[in-house]
Design a protein around this ligand. Sequence first.
Ligand code: TPP
Ligand code: SF4
Length: 267
Amino acid sequence: MKNLSTQAENTWCPGCPNHMILESVKQTLTKLIESGKHKQTDFAITTDIGCHAKIFDYLNLSGIYCLHGRAIPTAIGMKLGNPNLKVLTFAGDGAAYAEGISHFIHAFKYNADMTLILHDNQSFSLTTGQPTPTSQQGYISKSAPLGVFDKPMNPIKLALASNATFIARTNARDIPHMVEIFTKAIAHKGFSFIEIIQDCLVFNINANNKDKQMYKIKDNTNKQTAEKLANEFDYNSKSGKIPLGIIYQSKEPTLEEKWPQLKTKLK
Ligand SMILES: Cc1ncc(C[n+]2csc(CCOP(=O)(O)OP(=O)(O)O)c2C)c(N)n1
Ligand code: SF4
């Protein structure tokens, strides 16, 4: 684990679940490296901008700290340069569902063999809690003093409608589950999207503590079941169930397999 750590001072709030996400990433990669399956240099990361994105400074991996909303296309660029890299992208709900929403949708269509780890705290936290597309109705913040009027978007439904080949959800408080899901996502051939339900301890705290709604599902490959599972959580109410696990997985040609120029470079 030592090799994956850096000397950078950690500036996340004490107790922020981002610490547990970082730990889970380190445990996952350590296992893959120690088992001989991958070398540390096989991995590269892109991060967006936000609290989540500080993970760039805390992981001893090559990568690019991207412009806000642009972590996904930058990662796809890396894959075009070297299709054998295992690329992990870290983004927030503001980053990927607001500024970067077009990249989020098109990424499923391209199906590049990479992993998107999305820290959803239902808030633009680094910039002090403005509402994001997944913030709940009524959320009052400095930029929405009358509260959010609109219903939140459902990114899992959007991913399904965009022909995603791997959609999973996990809980930032559950390290073993995150490690299991990260490992399966990295093994998936294609674009794997993991949504992590993450509390922010400072902003939008009314959205926190959803653990009682969460339950674990078996890995699912049936599209109709996936649609039902996607509908169970509306990002809005404090009732209803939140399924955790692989919501949908299917096999489709990857970007690297579809492009003849890249196919010849695949090891
Ligand atoms: C194009 C652009 N728009 C807005 C900003 C300002 N900005 C920087 S970080 C941030 C919030 C990030 O929120 P999110 O992606 O949800 O991540 P979190 O901080 O919650 O982890 C914003 C709005 C920016 N840097 N660039
Ligand atoms: S503001 Fe929220 S998301 Fe950012 S480090 Fe603090 S607890 Fe974590």
